[in-house]
Write a protein of this length. Structure first.
Lengths: 202, 245
């Protein structure tokens, strides 16, 4: 009887060990998204990124093959990870994130992709995806509040050219030609990154 | 008795789950970053200057994984921000390192991704002066050679494998000595420096003594001034002779 019991414990132990392995050794989840930007000559464009989340220890790895990242972008990414984790109620240190640019740029700078990074990281960590018909340009502060950015008119124009249906901005954002631009795209104002996540992540 | 056995059973299952889960996470067993580890990692000192212009030693950890030639830097919480000039330097260092390692017979020089993580008390690392150090560290990993622990290097890395001049070599050499390095490799022409020295002359006159001071540039031999062996190297291949075992 005792032998049977210890044999059962051994089997249960090995089963639990195997189950835990398979639960964590799942495939990485990759999300594609675009961040509106301004070129050196002041033209708007959408830069494609991928964010991959895997179970890990909180590392954020950025591929510098296609571009160099200014320090404000690095700060933006660090903030975005913490905010996404807070929103989802997940420990961001339970994930490794790998961020890559889809095309070559010289330098990526500015904080205007802050909310975009938050939504992409939230999608990657929760195994979901980002709507392809939405673009967002807003910076984010440590509390997740969405902040206004520069050059938003040009960015909205580039989103229209790429046939996006919605463009998300911070509540406080000034748009010089809002009336004209909103005839071609729906402009949505958000207070914080959480609101953007609700709209963009599916 | 039955209750005790049931508790033991439950605890065994919970413990197994916990051990498996944590162990899997720590070993990075996933299809993500670090999944295909080559188990190759190295940590090397980087001489630099702090905000006050004083010499300091930061560290870079270089890790290789099976891949396709991508280069990653780590931006995690607690790690310093990495300036775009340093990023450019990392790219060049990796390109040069894979080329040199292949010529030295490294079998898998093309099939790796590299990961660079910086450790420093500063909030950020900037500039290109760590280029040569990162190239050497990457070559060490690719060729399976160890780096000598008591040798430092400072200098930029160029596409043609040459090591370019940097500023503050004297301060960096002094910092190296403080961290118990015995040798520093420097770019050609930088083993001596100039320091500003105040020189005063006294002139005794009838009722008084006049002291005249002026600041002069005085040549300095860095090895003597810093108390460390200084060796000039023109390129990465020369540096390999001194820095790798």
């Amino acid at each position: 009887m005792k032998k049977l019991f210890f044999a059962l414990i051994g089997v249960a132990f090995l089963s639990a060990l195997s189950l835990s392995y398979f639960l964590t050794a799942r495939d990485a989840h990759t999300v594609e998204f675009s961040a509106p930007a301004i070129t050196e000559v002041g033209k708007g464009m959408l830069i494609g990124f991928t964010v991959k989340a895997t179970p890990g220890s909180g590392r954020v790895l950025v591929n510098i093959e296609n571009a160099f990242y200014r320090e404000d972008v690095e700060n933006s990414i660090k903030k975005a990870k913490a905010i996404a984790g807070d929103y989802l109620g997940l420990n961001p240190n339970g994930f490794d994130l790998t961020i890559e640019l889809k095309s070559s740029q010289k330098i990526v700078g500015g904080e205007s992709a802050g909310v975009a990074f938050v939504t992409a990281i939230a999608a990657a960590m929760s195994g979901k995806k980002i709507r392809s018909d939405v673009a967002v340009s807003a910076a984010v502060d440590e509390r997740g509040n969405a902040l206004a950015v520069n050059g938003v008119d040009e960015k909205i124009l580039s989103a229209i050219e790429l046939e996006k249906n919605y463009f998300i901005v911070a509540e406080s954002q000034t748009i010089l030609h809002e009336q004209t631009l909103s005839k071609s795209i729906q402009i949505v104002r958000v207070k914080n990154a959480g609101d953007a996540i609700k709209l963009m992540v599916e | 008795m039955k209750q005790t056995l049931a508790i033991v059973f439950g605890l065994a299952v919970i413990l197994a789950f916990f051990v498996g889960y944590e162990g899997t996470l720590k070993n990075g067993v996933s299809a993500g970053a670090g999944a295909q580890e080559l188990n190759k990692e190295i940590r090397v000192g980087l001489p630099g200057l702090d905000d006050q212009g004083k010499g300091a030693i930061a560290f870079v950890k270089v890790r290789l994984a099976k891949g396709s030639g991508k280069v990653f830097i780590e931006f995690s919480q607690g790690e310093p921000l990495v300036g775009d000039q340093t990023q450019s330097s990392i790219q060049t260092a990796f390109k040069v390192a894979t080329k040199v390692a292949k010529e030295l017979g490294a079998a898998d020089a093309d099939g790796v991704d590299a990961f660079y993580t910086f450790e420093t008390d500063s909030d950020s690392v900037s500039g290109k002066s760590a280029g040569a150090a990162m190239a050497l560290a990457t070559i060490a990993l690719l060729t399976g050679r160890e780096q000598k622990e008591n040798v430092l290097i400072t200098g930029t890395i160029q596409d043609d494998e040459s090591i370019g001049a940097v500023s503050g070599v004297l301060e960096k050499a002094k910092a190296g000595r403080q961290f118990n390095y015995t040798t520093i490799l420097v770019p050609v022409g930088t083993s001596s420096a100039v320091k500003q020295e105040q020189v005063c002359e006294r002139e005794q006159q009838e009722f008084t003594t006049i002291t005249r001071c002026q600041t002069r540039s005085v040549p300095v031999d860095i090895a003597s001034e810093a108390g460390i062996t200084v060796i000039e190297v023109a390129n990465v291949r020369q540096a390999i002779e001194y820095a790798l075992k």
